[in-house]
Write a protein that binds this ligand. Structure first.
Ligand code: ADP
Ligand code: MG
Length: 397
């Protein structure tokens, strides 16, 4: 789960990490009060979306810049142009994200921008701290082009962040001065504590800045959480912004289905993540485009299958459905019952190709044949994919 910059910065403050003063507004009526709570002649107006690259982004109506430094008198007008508008950045994809909140912050005189993040390093089973002297840039690009500008430190979770590791990174950043070391210790120590105690999958500060008057601060903040640990943190769950998530994905998670929306037109219902991946691959191989990844898992019952169908059909781009089930733990007759119930329940009009294999396959096939439902059966994965791609292509010529 991801949260907004203003929410991340509230957490930063809680953990003793310095951030510029700021105030969020979710409607124009809140602009004035928010702006008045910030000092300085220049105000930073920041669109709040769950994606980075906002500064260089463009709005759907052509207005440029999702993060702007403007004179105080122009802050409210600038915010009005952002709120409700759709911001397109390198990270949002071409459809962009609608701005539901604007964050006003004080402007800082920046001496240098750095990059600092903490994430899980699965290879070593440790937390990795990634630091770079090239802040405010795309870190993947820095890693590729100037790797010497990046330092990485692995923290053993059993031992925790050590003083020598903080010092190492402080010197890498050039914070030799005692006062800067003290500030950096508060920043990195706070970020690590946040990362660890809140079960984050990533904490990213890009840029971390050193101001002209010698302050180290987090100018931007991105925090994401491990979904599997969210049950331990109701206070974090409360920060969820459903407007930033695909409602179909939320619905699917309620039924224990693993669903990710994609932009093709062939919906897939599959059991097992590996089979789902190969099904998507083979649809592509035959020239089609999958509309989603959907793993109904090993324990899905008739109700879950019906829900899965409903979710697939909520996507208006879907022009055909491929059901590909290998019955092991999941029996083919249960899938067949689910398919029949779902089709009767939701009134399916789209072409449907079903490939069943495994436990109780004969019973399942007979149930489908006897049901009177209009569907095409297939007897291998390739056969199934080829059929649905062909049918969809023909019907949508
Ligand atoms: P994004 O990464 O989404 O583009 P940032 O919050 O990193 O958004 O802001 C983009 C850039 O805007 C920063 O790299 C920085 O140069 C500038 N900026 C942001 N906040 C401030 C601030 N408080 N004072 C001065 N410049 C700022
Ligand atoms: Mg940034």
């Amino acid at each position: 789960m991801n949260i907004h910059e203003y929410q991340s910065k509230e957490l930063f403050k809680e953990f003793g990490v310095a951030v510029p003063n700021g105030s969020v507004a979710k409607s124009p009526s809140e602009f004035e009060q928010a702006i008045n709570s910030i000092s300085g002649d220049t105000i930073v107006v920041k669109s709040q979306i769950h994606a980075g690259g906002r500064g260089k982004g463009t709005f759907a109506d052509g207005f440029k810049g999702g993060v702007k430094l403007v004179p105080r008198a122009e802050a409210a007008d600038t915010a009005a142009k952002m709120l409700g508008n759709t911001l397109i950045t390198k990270q949002t994809g071409p459809s962009g994200r609608k701005v539901g909140a604007v964050y006003f912050t004080e402007a800082n005189s920046i001496k240098h921008e750095y990059y600092l993040s903490i994430l899980m390093d699965r290879a070593s089973g440790k937390a990795a701290i990634v630091a770079s002297t090239a802040g405010g840039m795309d870190i993947e690009k820095v890693a590729e082009e100037t790797p010497e500008q990046i330092a990485k430190v692995l923290v053993d979770p059993d031992i925790g962040l050590q003083a020598f590791q903080i010092r190492k990174l402080a010197f890498f950043f050039g914070f030799g001065d005692k006062e800067l070391q003290k500030q950096f210790k508060a920043v990195l120590g706070g970020l690590y504590k946040l990362f660890w105690t809140k079960d984050c999958s990533m904490v990213e500060v890009n840029p971390l800045i050193l101001t002209e008057d010698g302050k180290i601060m987090a100018l931007d903040a991105k925090v994401s959480f491990d979904d599997n640990a969210l049950f331990r943190h109701p206070e974090i769950q409360a920060l969820r912004d459903p407007a930033e998530e695909d409602p179909k994905e939320i619905e699917a998670s309620r039924f224990g289905l693993n669903y990710i929306a994609l932009d093709g037109n062939i919906a897939c219902m599959v059991n097992g993540a590996g089979l789902a991946m190969s099904t998507m691959d083979i649809i592509k191989y035959f020239g089609g485009n999958p509309a989603n990844f959907l793993d109904v898992g090993g324990g899905a019952n008739e109700e879950a299958i019906t829900q899965a169908f409903k979710i697939l059909l909520q996507d208006e781009h879907v022009k055909g459905i491929l059901v590909n089930i290998f019955g092991g733990i999941m029996r083919c007759d249960v899938i067949a019952a689910g398919v029949i119930a779902a089709v009767k329940n939701v009134g399916l009009k789209l072409p449907l190709v079903v490939r069943l294999e495994g436990t109780n396959v004969e019973i399942g096939r007979k149930m489908l044949a006897d049901s009177g439902i209009k569907l095409t059966t297939a007897d291998s994965l390739a056969d199934a994919a080829e059929k649905i791609v062909k049918i969809v292509a023909e019907e949508n010529k």
